[in-house]
Every structure is written in C-alpha cells, then in structure tokens.
Design a binder for this molecule. Structure first.
Ligand SMILES: [Ca+2]
Length: 498
C-alpha cells in the first residue's frame, strides 16, 4: 500500500505564526529551559475516536456479549472506563453530524441518512471537531465512513481534517446493493483526500477493515512527536457483512467474524500507542453510531438488554457500547452511568487540548473530562433528548425517560393517515433498562416535569417548523458525485437525490 504523503497546510500556517512568536518572545524562549519547552510542546494529549457502524449495546464483551470474542475491547475496559449511558443518534448521518459539530443533528439540519451525490451536507459555517483541534496545532485524519455529504465541498479535507482515506458513505450504497431503490448509485468510491482512487467491489470490502487499520497505524507512527486527532469511523459492522479473510469463518457467523476483526483493529491501535510510548498521553474512545439493524437477522447485532434497535428512540437504537482508555489518567476498570452523548466528544477533546469552544453559537455537547478523570460521578447533562429525524420522541432526566412518540418499536410509519400516538410512557431506566414497565400513571408529576423539558426543546428547535435554534446544513445545487476520474457511471445523478 502506498505510504501516506503528509501534507499539512495548517501547520505551515502554524509555523509562520510560530516564527513570529519566536521573534516577538525570543527573550522569553531563550530563558526557558529546553526540557520545559519540549514538555510544553508534547503535553497536549492525542485523541483517537473509533466508531463502529450499527454495533449494538450487547455486541462486545464489556457490555455482556457471549457471542462475540472481543479480547482487545475487554482489555480496553479493564484498563479504562465503561460508559453505560452514552447516546448517539438512531441512524448513521445524524450520529456523525453530532460528533463533528457537538450539536444535536436537528440543530445542524442533518437529521436523516444521506445518499450518494447528496445536495446537502455538513455546513462550512460549523466549527467542526477537526477544525477546532487543527487550531490547537493538531494533525487531523479521518479514516473510514464520513457520511455527512459526498460532494467535494463536504469532504473531511474541507472541514478541518488534513487528510482523508475511506469509503465516504454506507457500504450498501453501491450498485450491487438494493437499499436505496432507484436513486443514483455510482460504484462505491474509495477516496484519498479528495480523489477517488479505487472502485470498491463487494470482494474489496473484505479488505476495508485491514486497510483502515494499516492507515491508522501509519498515521500514529508518523505523528508520534506531534499532537494528533485520529477519527476512525469503521465501515464495519454495517451490512453487507464483509469480514477480512483472516477472520471469516472463525466464529459463529460472518457478523461475529467482523466484530472480531473490528476488535483486532482496536488492539492494533492500542498496541501501536503503547509501543511508541504514547499511551499515557492519548485518550482513545470507542463507541458505535447507532444500535443494531435488527431486521437484518443474523447479519445484525444485539442491543440486549435494551429494547429496540437502529432507527428507534428506544434505548437500543441510541444507547451505545462506549469505552474510554487513557492509562494513568482514567481509572482502570471504572464505569460511569452518567448520561453522555457523542456530541460531547467535541468540547471534551477541545478543552483537553487547551482550546475553548467558540461561544458564537449554541452547541449541545459538554466537557466530559471530569467524568472520565474521576473528578465527578455527575452527568453534565440535566436532560437528554431523543430525536428520530426531526421529530423529538423522548426525553431523559436522571433515571426517568418519557417516551411520547415512536412507540411502535421503531418501525417506519406506513403511508397514509397516521394513527394518533398512544399516551406517553414513563420508564425508570435505573430499575428498568429494558423499558418494559410504564410508570406514567403512577408518577404524573414526573410526566409533567418532563413535558416541561420537551416544551423547552420544542421552543428551541421547533416541532413541525424549524425553531430559532436550527442552523442550516450546507447545500449545493449541482453536486458532483465521487467516481474514478474519466470513468463516470452510466446512470447519471437523479433529480431526486437529496
Ligand atoms: Ca450506522
């Protein structure tokens, strides 16, 4: 595989700034001992965020899986912290939008799954996690599934990442797979930075996890003396299921094989950090983008003991198996049930890097580092909201969850007039993590309090219309799809591509 050519324009700019500062503060630098300068340069922690796709709450050993062998994730939990009330969005695109912007997907107008040649994508006006860490002098790389827009203007290199390598959207969005009906589907593109370098055929998908992992290891080695942020959103374990040949057939099912390969990949990252002496200066987080895609049967994971799966606002759709590892900083074998969410990565990483999240717009994320570092057991969130697309369907405050829409186990609504939703249901998640016992009639005062929280969110982001807190997505009228130069697909972008 070709080695990565590191091109880092922001650091050239940082170099110019550094030269200016050195001239201006030259006397101070000359009087500072060299070892102190070196320490100041290396003190910023590195960040690695590993995201699985469609992996369920019960799919890894630390969260109770007996089906999938995950020794490396087991080790990550043993040496780090398990986050047991950590939330994503119910599907791919909004979940990634939350990670990148630190905000609810509805707030940044990316509530639904984007297809190839999408007219919408991540707005250039957002301060992404990559952009904010670049400003702190970090080298930034995305490897894997981006999925917040595939026009070049929406790609990672335009949103705060020095480089990109990966399949930019779901692995079932190529011509071989029928998930998107008749909408436009070019061959699956493998992209480096802003160029398609290969068409990914089904058999090529078998190699993706290994290739992503090789790129990750190379990047970490190349940046060992420089602060870095590696965002590694795997294609695994989204259908179609494609474990690598070293893993295929080694467990009970292809799905389990792929989980085990994903686990191997995590181990490679951890081992590389330790071999380079970077472990004590690197925060590694592992989570999933949404719950298991249950209708896929044996090709789906499990959210057990949670109710529901991908697409739903039951816990199984949005609560993810999450681990945080930072030897010497995060207490080994610890666990936190504090409510947290994937939009917390942005403020957490930026503040740990010594930066400040810009206050020119509302973001929903909070700095989780006091929880991770054992300074508090309390969640920074007084409440958490569950959206399905643009519809608010539930709210959680402490142990209490009020679910007032989407009560049909997450199945998509049938066309035509909809039946009115049944009465809101209230669950105590501390005692009833599987959302089986409706306590609404027993605790009307709690229902009323939670309904007040819903009213507050409705006033912010709106119900049917967009509220004042909604910011527009990026939009491009004539998106250029991703395909090999000189090899446009035979079918052209459809006017219905959204
Ligand atoms: Ca997903």
């Amino acid at each position: 595989m070709a080695s990565m050519n590191i091109r880092i324009p922001t650091r050239q700019a940082a170099g110019l700034l550094g030269a200016f500062c050195a001239a201006f503060f030259g006397v101070a630098l000359l009087t500072t001992p060299l070892h102190a300068q070196t320490h100041a340069r290396t003190a910023k922690p590195n960040f690695v965020l590993i995201l699985a796709d469609d992996l369920g709450y019960g799919d890894i050993g630390p969260f109770g899986s007996k089906r999938n062998r995950t020794p490396h994730l087991d080790r990550m939990a043993r040496e780090g912290m398990k986050l047991t009330s950590f939330y994503a969005a119910p599907v791919c695109t909004p979940s990634r939008a939350q990670i990148l912007t630190g905000s609810y997907a509805k707030r940044v107008s990316l509530p639904g799954v984007l297809g190839p040649c999408s007219k919408t994508g991540l707005s250039a006006a957002e301060h992404t996690i990559g952009e904010l860490l670049q400003q702190q002098g970090y080298a930034t790389l995305v490897i894997g599934k981006w999925h917040v827009g595939d026009d070049v203007s929406f790609l990672p290199t335009r949103h705060g990442f020095d480089h990109y390598f990966g399949l930019p959207y779901s692995n079932d969005m190529g011509p071989e797979d029928g998930q998107l009906g008749t909408s436009f589907r070019p061959p699956l593109p493998l992209v480096r930075d802003e160029k398609v370098i290969e068409e990914v055929k089904p058999k090529d998908q078998d190699n993706l996890t290994e290739r992503y992992t090789d790129e990750a290891v190379k990047f970490i080695r190349a940046q060992k003396n420089h602060p870095f942020f590696l965002y590694l959103p795997h294609t695994a374990v989204h259908t179609p299921i494609h474990p690598g040949h070293h893993f295929r057939g080694r467990s009970a099912s292809p799905f389990s094989d792929w989980v085990e390969e994903l686990d191997w990949s995590v181990g490679k990252v951890l081992d590389t950090l330790q071999a380079l002496g970077l472990a004590t200066n690197t925060l590694v987080c592992f989570t999933s983008d949404n719950g298991p895609w249950l209708p896929k049967g044996t090709n789906a994971g499990t959210a057990f003991p949670l109710r529901g799966g991908k697409g739903s606002t039951w816990e199984g759709g949005m609560r993810e198996p999450t681990l945080a590892w930072w030897p010497g900083k995060i207490s080994p074998g610890s666990s936190s049930d504090a409510v947290a969410a994937n939009f917390d990565f942005l403020p957490t990483f930026v503040e740990l890097a010594g930066g400040v999240v810009p206050a020119d717009r509302k973001i929903d994320g909070k700095n989780l580092s006091p929880v991770l570092l054992g300074q508090t057991k309390d969640s920074p969130h007084a409440e958490h909201f569950y959206f399905s697309g643009n519809q608010l369907q539930a709210v959680r405050s402490g142990p209490w969850k009020l679910k007032f829409a989407g009560l049909g186990n997450g199945k998509p609504p049938k066309p035509g007039p909809q039946e009115p939703d049944p009465a809101p249901q209230l669950f105590n998640l501390d005692n009833d993590i599987g959302e089986q016992v409706d306590l609404a009639a027993r605790h009307p005062e709690i229902v009323t309090r939670l309904q007040g929280l819903i009213a507050g969110m409705d006033a912010d982001l709106g119900v049917k219309d967009q509220g004042p807190g909604v910011r527009p997505a990026g939009r491009i009228e004539n998106p250029v799809g991703l395909w090999l130069a000189g090899h446009p697909p035979s079918n052209q972008p459809s006017k219905t591509a959204h």
